[in-house]
Design a protein around this ligand. Structure first.
Ligand code: SAH
Length: 394
């Protein structure tokens, strides 16, 4: 099919191969020449062609972005607001299987749902939207209109204030774009209730990608527990359902305040929430001879986009070594990494090293990822950013 009507942008043979393998975007180094179509048109929808001029599909185009092309569809796929709405509805329909019983979950996971640069999270009766590329930014009004039609939410909050915006050269901004009333929302996650402020808290409010891992960790809860990077008590409160005592740490005072309030709201008086640097605190606890039956490590991304990995690997190794040393015999380590750079293979390598240094045989109980409402695209390793390994140290 000839991509008539749309300006053409050519990609390198490497870029073409990646697109054919299912990657939904093209990096600037693979666009040839990088700004060709930008000079010709201000249209943001283009026909992508390989070095021989063969069509590869239709994509959003942002000439100055590090990711100038984001696939919108095969062949010639015109953009219409109706198509956007249909994709949002389909994405949500798929959540009937992947987030069936959840009150807070991801409705749309960007490229993995065919919605380039668009993230929509639901927290009870409120929706939070992030548009992470220029083309979706321009369609913000259409996104909000579609969400109002499809879900009749009480509130739609825009959270375009994350670092991903800087990466795209887009301005940071946030605000309520539809509805009224408090931006503070309470929702149930399994047996636990969480309260988040959708306008003020991190990301879109919570770490929804950890939902299934929180619920799963409940199974291993016994004795005493430690949640070293707790944020609002994500793992700690689920652990507390089965542990006699849980220590929850975070270096952020507002996060710990919220974790404390969440624990109180759930009547979980045996959760101790403390502002602390986890790296220091783990060392101190080890020195004091304190030991735990379950330790959860969910640090922020220690490896950043495209930086050298060695420092990050050392960080993960030290953290996991300390976590293992704090475990009683037979204790369970729930250990996570949310760096896409840190592939599952590398992460496992770091864990093998940590176990070797700890001198303990370690069983792999589960190798988990993000919740199923944050799907990974097959053949696109960058979308498999979250790892959550559940180990038992003998
Ligand atoms: N486990 C949480 C999410 C954790 S996000 C959940 O499942 O909901 C990572 C958290 O680590 C953030 O709250 C951040 O404030 C905290 N953090 C970052 N560096 C830290 C450090 N050195 N020590 C303790 N907490 C840290």
């Amino acid at each position: 099919m000839k991509p008539a009507g749309l300006p053409r942008v050519a990609v390198s043979s490497h870029g073409a191969a990646r697109l054919r393998a299912g990657e939904p975007w093209v990096w600037r180094s693979d666009v040839t020449p990088p700004r060709a179509a930008g000079a010709e048109t201000d249209a943001d929808l283009v026909a992508v062609v390989d070095p021989r001029g063969k069509p590869l599909g239709t994509a959003f185009f942002a000439p100055d972005s590090p990711i100038p092309l984001r696939v919108w569809g095969p062949g010639v796929t015109p953009y219409t607001d109706e198509e956007l709405r249909r994709r949002l509805r389909d994405a949500h329909d798929r959540r009937r299987a992947t987030a069936a019983a959840a009150a807070a979950y991801r409705v749309a996971h960007a490229e993995a749902d065919g919605l380039p640069g668009l993230i929509v999270d639901r927290y009870a009766d409120a929706l939070v939207v992030q548009t992470l590329c220029a083309a979706m930014d321009r369609r913000e009004a259409a996104v909000v209109a579609a969400l109002r039609d499809l879900f009749a939410p009480r509130l739609v909050v825009l959270r375009n204030d994350g670092a991903a915006r800087d990466f795209e050269g887009l301005p940071r901004r946030k605000g309520v774009v539809h509805g009224a009333g408090p931006t503070r929302v309470t929702y149930a996650e399994g047996e636990v209730r969480f309260t988040v402020d959708l306008l003020e808290d991190a990301k879109t409010g919570g770490f929804l990608d950890q939902r299934e891992n929180h619920l799963r960790t409940r199974r291993y809860a016994h004795g005493t527990g430690l949640d070293a990077f707790t944020y609002h008590g994500g793992f700690a409160l689920h652990l507390a359902r089965g542990c006699e005592h849980v220590l929850a740490l975070d270096e952020s005072a507002p996060a710990i305040e919220r974790a404390r309030a969440n624990a109180a709201d759930n009547g979980l008086t045996h959760v101790e929430c403390r502002v602390a640097n986890a790296f220091d605190a783990l060392r101190e606890l080890e020195g004091q001879g304190t030991r735990y039956d379950v330790v959860v490590l969910d640090p922020p991304a220690l490896a950043k986009r495209r930086g050298p990995l060695t420092a990050a690997e050392r960080g993960y190794r030290e953290l996991n070594l300390r976590g293992l040393r704090l475990l009683r015999p037979g204790g369970v380590l729930v250990t996570c990494s949310c760096s896409a750079q840190m592939t599952p293979t590398r992460f496992e390598g770091v864990l093998v090293e940590a176990a070797g240094l700890a001198g303990r045989p370690v069983q792999v109980l589960e190798r988990r990822g993000a919740a199923a409402d944050h799907p990974v695209l097959l053949g696109v390793p960058a979308t498999e950013y979250l790892k959550c390994w559940i180990l038992r140290a003998l």
